[in-house]
Design a protein around this ligand. Structure first.
Ligand code: SF4
Length: 260
């Protein structure tokens, strides 16, 4: 686990590491670069997960389950919001069904935490959660990432997942998403892209999502504008800021009192 700078969570927990690029939103995947750095620091879990391709780091496609990490959330007595698998996708096609079930057992046995699971593979999430897991855990939030209108069908796949809280991460938002159905979607996060090759977000795209969140009564969280712009090699997230329409938007699908 690691403390994290991700604005909408308290900690990250990585029972799986490694992935491969799926759609346009993955191009500048933060986890690829982080995995390379962790391998360079000698962290065995990340060895062989990435390789150099020209001046870029790319995934090799090796995906590693880490059974030793399963015990970690049980040691945290204070309730936290835990982002599961910031360094992978739990529903990557090579992760064993049985291992995903092990992750579910940990979440069930630690109901004082809220778990946030985000996938770009909601079809597999829907199949496993409904057919193999077969139960809804109130402390587990299930979500999918939408980077532009090319992948909005993920929202319908997410709706098939049995869950108390379903959420969408529109990050990195690299194009408009158009009109979408947010029925039974409790939370939406919007954010721009970070990193040296960050692609700029446009305010009109955010407006489109925000207005639909209001119409569907979906909680809206604006994470940040991203690090694109002038001299973005040195640009911090703070440089572009977190304000949208003159304020910060930190709405959550459950009350903050749940974490006290
Ligand atoms: S699915 Fe997530 S972890 Fe995997 S490559 Fe895409 S952005 Fe990175």
């Amino acid at each position: 686990m690691a403390e994290t700078q991700i604005e909408w969570t308290d900690a990250t927990w990585n029972p799986v590491a490694g992935c491969n690029i799926l759609t346009a939103g993955c191009s500048n995947c933060y986890a690829m670069d982080m995995a390379r750095r962790l391998e360079a620091m000698g962290v065995a879990k990340y060895a062989g997960l990435t390789r150099k391709s020209g001046n870029r780091t790319v995934w090799t496609g090796v995906v590693r389950e880490d059974p030793g990490a399963l015990a970690i959330p049980r040691r945290w007595r204070k309730p936290r919001k835990i982002f599961v698998n910031s360094m992978s996708d739990l529903f990557h096609e090579t992760v064993d069904d049985a291992f995903i079930e092990d992750v579910w057992h940990v979440m069930e046995e630690t109901p004082h935490h809220h778990y946030q699971i985000l996938t770009k593979r909601p079809d597999r999430m829907a199949t496993i959660v409904s057919q193999r897991i077969g139960k809804v855990l109130p402390n587990v939030w299930l979500g999918t990432s939408i980077e532009n209108e090319d992948v909005v069908e993920r929202i319908d796949e997410l709706r098939r997942v049995p869950a108390v809280i379903r959420f969408l991460s529109f990050e990195p938002l690299i194009g408009p998403v158009g009109q979408v159905d947010l029925t039974d979607i409790q939370w939406a996060i919007v954010g721009g892209e970070s990193g040296r090759s960050a692609r700029p977000i446009q305010e009109a795209w955010i407006d489109e999502i925000h207005d639909q969140c209001v119409a569907f009564e979906t909680a809206f969280f604006f994470k940040q504008w991203g690090t694109w712009g002038k001299d973005n090699k040195k640009r911090s997230k703070k440089a572009n800021g977190r304000e949208y329409r003159g304020k910060t938007w930190d709405e959550m699908p459950v009350s903050a009192a749940a974490y006290e």
